[in-house]
Design a protein around this ligand. Structure first.
Ligand code: SF4
Length: 86
């Protein structure tokens, strides 16, 4: 199946740490996803901003290539914990 995405301006993406079961599906999509330092949860990578108080990780203004990965991972995440704002 081919999935197409229309290029929009993604303002931010986030991952909800409490909901993440570290299944590895998003990590299989590659950057910008990788394991967190505690190896329990997954989170956004190189440009993340860390908001401990909400137990969520925000990724502001991802590049177009990263946006594509985020769309795919959000679609594939079994726990629906990857969200984004356009
Ligand atoms: S796909 Fe969802 S539940 Fe699985 S590791 Fe990624 S964020 Fe966590």
């Amino acid at each position: 199946m081919t999935v197409g995405y229309t290029a929009k301006s993604m303002i931010s993406a986030s991952i909800g740490e409490p909901e993440c079961t570290a299944c590895g599906v998003c990590i299989d999509e590659g950057e910008p996803f990788f394991y967190s330092p505690n190896y329990v949860t997954a989170w956004f990578g190189i440009n993340n901003k860390y908001h401990v108080e909400f137990k969520m990780h925000f990724y502001d203004y991802p590049t177009p290539s990263h946006q594509f990965v985020i769309y795919l991972a959000a679609d594939m995440c079994p726990n629906e914990c990857i969200m984004y704002v356009e």
